[in-house]
Write a protein that binds this ligand. Structure first.
Ligand code: BES
Ligand code: MN
Ligand code: MN
Length: 456
């Protein structure tokens, strides 16, 4: 522990500068314009891990953005830890809501402000530096592999195939991921559940062209009027989702487990204040943390159509669109939900419009068992670095590839995240506290140590 702290103290400035170099590469996976940046990021990461002491590092092409695979194999009788992370980031719009350039990292109030500062460049980088630390101090206890992808934020379209094609190469005892949050800076947490996702786009078409809203208004179904009514009917007055069959496969969580979950610290007033809302709203009969942790949800992510420029234009539009996502819980299947949604949405279309529905991406949820060596190792590592036992939490977010890891590779993942809800991931002014960054680097080698000890 002292050795770890000393190495971090002596290298902390350099760690930050190296992370900043990675953050300055705008690797936005969703934007074709940034394709070159995706390559730059992979080359940078490859060099970073080779410099840290990896034996082998390669950038592997896929149909989409490349994957970086790295290994350091020191002892065939020791366990192997596979680190997963993603170098791609979300788009930065709306730009004018940022207080500084999203790709020019800046430290304010002890936090790094930039796109990717937390999700996932900052968190992934803790693993790179923990790896360097263990090699440079001669304390690496086991074999390590890295699989770093560039398509997480667009639904990991190539990674499942990559896993199928590279099953042997990726063989390992556990997958360690830092891409989730903790309850508070002084409350370490291990994420034991992730939600699945069904992400749909709908198109509602009325007349074959935009019409004069005076000449036709009142006599022709307006697709935006139709779409908004249809969307409004997708949840009822108790905030239940009305899509036919939607709850059929939802696993109810036992009262005992709900009681356990309720022990995790959560301050509703602080929660409301942090996002400036008067009242929390959600499915009747469940608490706020249950609504995101163990219950599914449905949200409109975007809606457009008609005239949205300056001033007024009297128009009855031909088309209206929306992007609608549903967060799913364990045992719900995203493909089945896609179909239920499509059938339901088409069935509620009023006369005078045609509806098209397509699925953009999706994936399954994940529940991570706590009776594993990995959980025990993470538990001890956090206890030692934070001086407190971590709390198991079910997160509302999704990392769909995690359930594929289990299905394809047969390997379980341990989700040891160091972000905070206040890090504003995907939002303007994304940030990552320096405290969390360094605490992560301190905790990770302890995980390696205990995981290796307990595996023997
Ligand atoms: N790192 C997040 C997921 C996350 C964040 C899980 C915090 C738990 C706590 C990941 O990068 C992400 O944003 N995932 C997407 C899903 C994807 C298919 C676009 C999400 O949850 O929206
Ligand atoms: Mn992420
Ligand atoms: Mn993300």
């Amino acid at each position: 522990m002292e050795l770890i702290k000393k190495y971090i103290e002596e290298n902390k400035e350099r760690f930050l500068n190296e992370l900043f170099d990675l953050i300055r590469i705008p690797s936005i996976s969703a934007r074709p314009e940034n394709k070159e940046d995706m390559f730059k990021a992979t080359e940078y990461i490859k060099k970073c891990l080779l410099d840290a002491g990896a034996d082998h590092a390669e950038v592997i092409e896929t149909k989409g953005h490349p994957v970086i695979y790295v290994e350091k194999l020191i002892d065939p009788s020791a366990p192997t830890i596979l680190i997963y992370g993603h170098y791609d980031v979300q788009p930065v719009e709306p730009l004018d809501e940022w207080d500084s350039d999203p790709f020019m990292p800046e430290i304010r109030d002890g936090k790094i402000f930039a796109r990717g500062a937390d999700d996932d460049k900052g968190q992934m980088f803790m693993h790179f530096k923990a790896f360097e630390l263990m090699i440079q101090t001669g304390t690496l206890p086991c074999n390590v592999k890295f699989m770093i992808e560039g398509e997480e934020e667009i639904g990991s379209p190539s990674l499942k195939k990559f896993c199928i094609d590279n099953k042997k190469k990726l063989a390992s005892d556990v997958i360690l991921i830092s891409d989730t949050t903790m309850i508070a800076p002084d409350i370490p947490s291990i994420t034991v559940g992730l939600r699945g996702l069904s992400y749909m786009e709908v198109e509602v078409t009325g007349p074959n062209r935009d019409l004069h809203s005076g000449l036709y208004g009142g006599a022709v179904m307006n697709p935006i009027n139709a779409l908004t009514k249809m969307i409004a009917s997708l949840t009822d007055e108790n905030n239940y989702i009305t899509v036919n069959g939607f709850y059929d496969d939802v696993l109810e969580v036992s009262d005992g487990e709900r009681k356990e979950m309720a022990k995790a610290p959560f301050n509703l007033e602080e929660y409301k204040r942090s996002i400036d809302i008067d009242n929390e709203v959600g499915e009747k009969g469940y608490s706020t943390t249950e609504r995101t942790g163990i219950r599914p949800s449905l949200d409109v992510n975007g809606i457009w159509g008609g005239y949205i420029g300056e001033g007024a234009k009297t128009v009855l539009p031909s088309k209206a669109y929306a992007k609608i996502s549903m967060r799913l819980v364990p045992n719900q299947n995203s493909k089945k939900i896609d179909k239920l949604f499509e059938d339901h949405f088409k069935s509620i279309a009023p006369d005078g419009v045609r509806v098209e529905v397509k699925s953009l991406h999706g994936g399954e949820g994940y529940v991570s068992p706590i009776d594993t060596i990995a959980y025990q190792a993470a538990n001890r590592a956090c206890e030692e670095s934070f001086g407190k036992k971590p709390i198991p939490v079910r997160s509302g977010g999704s990392i769909p590839i995690v359930s594929d890891f289990e299905d394809v590779l047969g390997i379980k993942s341990i989700l040891l995240g160091f972000g905070l809800d206040s890090d504003a991931i995907h939002s303007p002014n994304e940030n990552f506290p320096l405290f969390n960054f360094y605490k992560g680097i301190e905790t990770i080698p302890l995980f390696y140590k205990y995981f290796t000890e307990m595996s023997r």
